[in-house]
Design a protein around this ligand. Structure first.
Ligand SMILES: Cc1cc2nc3c(=O)[nH]c(=O)nc-3n(C[C@H](O)[C@H](O)[C@H](O)COP(=O)(O)OP(=O)(O)OC[C@H]3O[C@@H](n4cnc5c(N)ncnc54)[C@H](O)[C@@H]3O)c2cc1C
Length: 374
């Protein structure tokens, strides 16, 4: 039997497992390496925080999905790859040999981007750790009225988390969004930025267009020198390459993520596939978001099948534009598509339907639904 190792239960690998559950991969033993038996679906996490979903509604049971796919589950984390020996190093100290490796482990949120953050801040990634701590932040806010919560990060996740926390903590906490020097949602069209700023203003969330440079107990220092009262800093910045990649021997792109081709293979080691935030398509770079990891999933499943059968590979062409749907936590959401933007309850219903369908597809042994919109 050939050995295929799937590392990480990200957006593409859940689709691969669902595809293998529908049609087994003959002659191949599949192993999933994941630190957690369940995967939080990030698109619904702000909704969980705002109280719109239960935790269960926003989770995918990776262990059950792997079982249906006939895959072995190893509850562990990859901490190194020796591609020339085709071996993985695991956090537990063990090693795992593979004939083909597929990486969908996402990016990491560095603890050291802001001085003092490692000691004093909450980090939104890994999501399971953050969601474990969220109820404690809620009870702290209940015990300490006027708690100063500062969300650091002006991207979509920072916006959604700031409004969700404000919604959940209502009068118990003050929420500030430190959006960075580039301001709020810098990669989004102007119309959406205006709408998002209006939402934040209407909730009493202060937006600061400056970088956080140091976190100390009770306060946060900005690059302009001013200080901000801060009891609970929440870091929601963009992801960095996992530290273990640096010495992996896999060719990396300039940004430090795994350089991949249109067939989702490593440019240096064709038996290594990589998708989602951990990878960088050197021929067609695109932003890191769940949309692209989702879209790459079916192509990855087809190519792992092609690898097993010795057939030619399919190509994944990332879409030029991605639909972005941002929850405002009050039953409305923002949408942007190219230069267009909108806000309304209909946008929330649209997002809700897409997100629920994604998670639901992996809950039962139902056929894969269309995932094209995320
Ligand atoms: C709060 C929040 C909301 C978001 N909302 C959206 C949204 O609505 N739409 C959107 O497009 N994007 C959204 N994003 C961004 C999105 O979450 C990421 O771009 C997306 O998760 C990347 O998917 P992925 O498959 O690459 O990896 P991930 O979804 O990060 O999954 C990686 C998996 O690998 C596991 N793993 C990690 N390290 C290892 C290791 N060393 N060994 C083995 N397993 C490992 C992790 O536990 C995890 O299960 C949001 C992000 C956040 C923080």
């Amino acid at each position: 039997m050939k050995q295929l190792v799937l590392a990480g239960g990200g957006h593409a690998h859940v689709q691969v497992l669902a595809a293998f559950a529908q049609q087994v991969l003959p002659g191949v033993e599949v192993t999933l390496v994941t630190p957690q038996p369940v995967q939080w679906y990030s698109g619904m996490v702000p909704g969980v925080i705002a109280g719109r979903y239960s935790a269960h509604e926003a989770q995918i049971d990776l262990a059950a999905l792997a079982r249906r796919a006939g895959a072995r589950v190893v509850l562990d984390a990859v901490v190194g790859v020796r591609p020339d020996a085709r071996q993985l190093r695991l956090a537990s100290g063990g090693e795992l040999a593979y004939d083909a490796l597929s990486l969908d482990t996402g990016g990491e949120l560095s603890r050291d981007l802001i001085d003092g953050a490692r000691e004093h801040a909450l980090f939104v990634r890994p999501l399971h750790a953050f969601m474990h701590l969220w109820p404690r932040l809620q009870s702290l806010a209940a015990r300490q009225p006027g708690l100063q919560v500062v969300v650091i990060g002006g991207g979509a996740a920072g916006f959604e988390l700031a409004v969700a926390m404000r919604h959940a903590l209502v009068a118990q906490a003050r929420v500030t969004l430190v959006a960075g020097n580039a301001g709020l949602l810098p990669r989004f069209p102007r119309g959406l930025r205006h709408r998002a700023l209006a939402v934040l203003k209407s909730r009493g969330i202060t937006v600061i267009a400056d970088d956080a440079v140091e976190i100390e107990p009770g306060q946060l220092r900005l690059s302009g020198g001013s200080r901000l009262p801060c009891d609970a800093p929440v870091v929601a910045l963009g992801v960095q390459p996992p530290a273990w990649l640096a010495h992996s021997g896999l060719r990396l792109a300039a940004d430090g993520f795994i350089a991949t081709t249109a067939s989702l293979q490593s440019v240096s080691h064709p038996e290594v596939f990589a998708v989602g935030d951990v990878s960088c398509r050197i021929d067609a770079p695109h932003p890191r978001s769940g949309v692209y990891a989702v879209r790459a999933g079916p192509v990855l499943a087809a190519n792992l099948r092609a690898w097993a059968a010795g057939r030619p590979y399919a190509m994944y062409r990332p879409q030029r534009r991605a639909l972005a749907l941002l929850s405002c936590a009050d039953g409305t959401a923002l949408a942007s598509w190219g230069p267009l933007s909108a806000r309304g309850a209909w946008v929330w219903r649209w997002k809700d339907r897409i997100d629920r369908a994604f998670v639901q597809a992996y809950r039962d042994s139902e056929p894969l639904v269309s995932l094209s919109l995320r």
